[in-house]
Design a protein around this ligand. Structure first.
Ligand SMILES: *Cc1c(COP(=O)(O)O)cnc(C)c1O
Length: 476
């Protein structure tokens, strides 16, 4: 018989009770499901054309059932969106590839509210007239950073560009060679500087820069001395840098009327004193301003634990100039960002719970003992019901991530997993599949799940993944 007659018509597969049940359970849009059926039938047709369907005894119901099996798999992996919720079991708190900081519940609720309702975004409720979106965030930022004035742009890279462009276009900016960093591959201080039209004057060497280096480079063309926090690397050993306080002294002794601006790109800009807990030595935003910087900038979604944003703070006259600059409109943030940032800052200004509401701060501060409790609990729950998967409770270290505190090793605890007949890399791939992917580390040919970055909800996903892995046979 003609083997093509084995192929079920698309319609026949679609109306089968099995297909209807799949659509029902997985909530796949009907049109998309139909496309899948078409693709699967086409695939079977190709197999026949290539004579790979050689089994003469194959019947149409059998072929249909093969197609349905593959449709089931597609449904299981189906997600309507490309941007998806994943579980971060790497332990890296500010994982740049996984979206950096997560918002607190309070901040997330504010985002939803601002997005689904009208707001006073640019409306002054006192006067009933037009207001400014800058004033929305001004108070909370000023309180949190202890500054005269502040504003927000899209991210810290934008803040750096904006400040250079507004205050140093066509003029000179002095930067230490030890601070000409590249962050995340796409942000280079020297490139941003060139793009802004400011002229970079490099001083000092990679490991040492002295006050006299700045003094010698200072001229009437100098618009700014810029300090860049070398977030993602550390020069150790024979090193010297010049603190903002000293830079301020150097510029104020310059003869010109318009003393050059001292600007410090803090990178992470911590509002929480992690250093007091023995974690890293990130400069505090408040301290940087006290030390004499005229302007500072930092990210919203690094150590602050808020939305993607670039916060600029400092002297009011300078901030006012920025607010009036045409680029302010180009780089402005959305109402959802403002809502998230204000709520994030609120928890710093009025902490109720020692900031345990902020997921970034909370995750960085978690002790190994705290983490171990959850690990042990999960381990005990699973241990008895596994056949081909073996688990062990292990101590490891996690990273802060996001290019911050690169040398910091946070003591952590997690579960190492191996499966009979399957490599760690294959297990890692298996964990990445499915409705909610779980992203893990592989070390010493074992899958490692760091529990530092797992929430209660995540635990359920992880447990189900482990049980599902236990049930598949080999290869994966
Ligand atoms: C991360 C970082 C930036 C870029 O900040 P984004 O918010 O990612 O744009 C700029 N400068 C320093 C020193 C940084 O660490």
């Amino acid at each position: 018989m003609n083997p093509y007659q084995l192929l079920p018509p698309v319609h026949e597969v679609l109306v089968s009770p099995e297909a209807q049940e799949l659509i029902d359970i997985w909530q796949v849009p009907g049109k998309l499901f139909k496309d899948w059926v078409q693709e699967e039938v086409d695939y079977e047709r190709e197999l026949i054309a290539e004579k790979k369907t050689s089994d003469d005894s194959l019947t149409r119901p059998q072929l249909t059932s093969q197609i349905l099996k593959r449709l089931t798999r597609r449904c299981r992996d189906f997600s309507p969106y490309n941007l998806r919720h994943v579980v971060n079991a790497t332990g890296t708190v500010l994982h740049t590839n996984l979206g950096r900081a997560r918002l607190s519940e309070r901040a997330a609720a504010q985002v939803v509210k601002s997005a689904t309702h009208y707001s006073n975004l640019e409306y002054d409720l006192e006067s009933g007239r037009r207001g400014s979106r800058h004033s929305i965030i001004q108070d909370m930022l000023a309180k949190a950073s202890g500054t005269e004035a502040a504003m927000v742009v899209n991210n810290n890279a934008a803040a750096v560009y904006f400040i250079l462009r507004a205050f140093a276009q066509g003029a000179e900016v002095i930067v230490s060679r030890g601070e000409l960093v590249e962050i995340g591959g796409s942000f280079r201080v020297s490139t941003i500087m060139e793009e802004s039209g400011a002229k970079l004057i490099e001083v000092g060497t990679t490991n040492k820069t002295h006050p006299s280096d700045y003094e010698e480079a200072l001229s009437d063309k100098t618009a700014m001395i810029m300090k860049v926090h070398t977030s993602n690397f550390k020069t150790v050993g024979f090193t010297e840098e010049v603190p903002a306080k000293e830079l301020k002294r150097i510029v104020s002794s310059s003869a010109s009327e318009d003393a050059p601006i001292v600007y410090e790109d803090l990178g992470s800009g911590s509002l929480y004193p992690f250093k007091n807990e023995g974690i890293g030595d990130e400069p505090l935003v408040k301290q940087a301003l006290k030390d004499g910087a005229d302007l500072i900038s930092f990210s919203g979604d690094k150590l602050l634990g808020g939305p993607q944003a670039g916060v600029i703070a400092g002297r009011k006259a300078l901030i006012d100039k920025l607010k009036k600059h045409p680029l302010a409109r180009v780089l402005r943030v959305d109402k959802m960002t403002l809502a998230a940032l204000e709520a994030t800052l609120f928890d710093y200004v009025y902490p109720e719970n020692e900031l345990n509401d902020n997921p970034t701060v909370r995750d960085i501060l978690k002790s190994r003992e705290q983490i171990r409790e959850t690990v042990q609990h999960t381990f005990n729950e699973l241990q008895g019901s596994l056949h081909s998967v073996s688990l062990s409770v292990e101590e490891e270290t996690s990273k802060v991530g996001g290019g911050t505190m690169p040398l910091e090793e946070l003591p952590t605890c997690g579960i190492a997993l191996t499966k009979e007949g399957m490599s760690a890399n294959a297990c890692e791939r298996f964990f990445r599949k499915g409705d909610i992917p779980v992203i893990c580390r592989v070390s010493e040919d074992r899958l490692f799940m760091d529990f530092r970055t797992l929430d209660k909800e995540d635990l359920l996903v992880v447990k189900n993944k482990i049980l599902a892995l236990d049930n598949v046979n080999g290869e994966g």
